[in-house]
Design a protein around this ligand. Structure first.
Ligand code: 8X3
Length: 253
């Protein structure tokens, strides 16, 4: 029998990679998925080198056929971390590109739907009798802000997906946990949002003494996952101390 297995999407960097490291440390066999094979191969190598069980499986969560094939090849899944996601642009609703909205809906909502649907049979029937689905949403899934547009809309979708799934699975041995991080400084989130414009990306965190790190959020995720099975942390909102709401951020000049 293999170890308890945690599947992590978006494991190539940021919160996903940090979560993989922490769950491996907690004794899980981690299955690393992301589009970029070189990144997850390197992480799998790092983790196995440290004595953990880790495998890399390249996957685009927006590709349903690929997700189904991935799920069919998996022998066990106790924990699913739906972490893959991201923002594109900060355009106002009046002028935003519908293609950006579509892309954000695909990855932040349908990506979670695909992976969750495909792995639910394994999670419900896990040998541990203790399945866990984590949805990494965002504070953008709980309140809006100007320019939040398609990202805010998509993350509200991810939040509602988690809430609905929890209702529908009540009575089954599966928890549904939502983690909603606020300002987290990672290598890629803001850079992707601003399409590689490093200056604009840096402005997001300008003057903020200590934005959250990927490790801070991973720590929160690992804590919820490692609670006893009857303890379901429905929703955990985590922000840096300097951020009181999506638009109230203390900046030191
Ligand atoms: C990221 C939080 O404030 O950039 O999920 O929307 S925010």
């Amino acid at each position: 029998m293999t170890n308890r297995t945690a599947v992590i999407s978006g494991a190539s960097s940021g919160i996903g990679a940090a979560t993989a490291r922490q769950l491996a440390e907690a004794g899980y066999r981690v299955v690393l998925t992301a589009r970029r094979r070189d990144r997850i191969d390197a992480l799998a190598e790092e983790l196995t080198g440290a004595g953990h069980e880790a495998v890399a499986a390249p996957l685009d969560v927006t590709d349903r056929a690929a997700v189904d094939a991935f799920a069919a090849g998996l022998d066990r899944c106790d924990v699913l971390i739906n972490n893959a996601g991201g923002a594109l642009g900060t355009d106002p609703v009046a002028t935003a590109d519908p293609a950006d909205w579509r892309t954000m809906y695909e990855v932040n909502v349908l990506g979670v739907l695909h992976l969750t649907q495909a792995l639910l049979p394994a999670l419900t029937g896990s040998p541990s009798g203790d399945g866990t689905v984590v949805v990494v949403s965002s504070t953008a899934g709980h309140a809006t802000y100007e320019g939040g547009g398609g990202y805010v809309a998509a993350k509200h979708g991810a939040h509602v997906l988690a809430e609905t799934l929890r209702l529908e699975l009540c009575g089954k041995p599966v928890r549904v946990i939502e983690i909603a991080p606020g300002m987290v400084k990672t290598d890629e989130f803001a850079l992707t949002r601003f399409r590689g414009d490093a200056e604009r990306a840096a402005k997001v965190y300008e003057g903020v003494a200590e934005p959250l790190t990927a490790e801070d959020v991973a720590d929160t995720i690992a804590w919820t996952v490692t609670r006893p099975p009857h303890v379901n942390v429905d929703l955990l909102v985590v922000r840096p101390r300097a951020q009181a709401s999506n638009s109230k951020v203390h900046r030191e000049r």
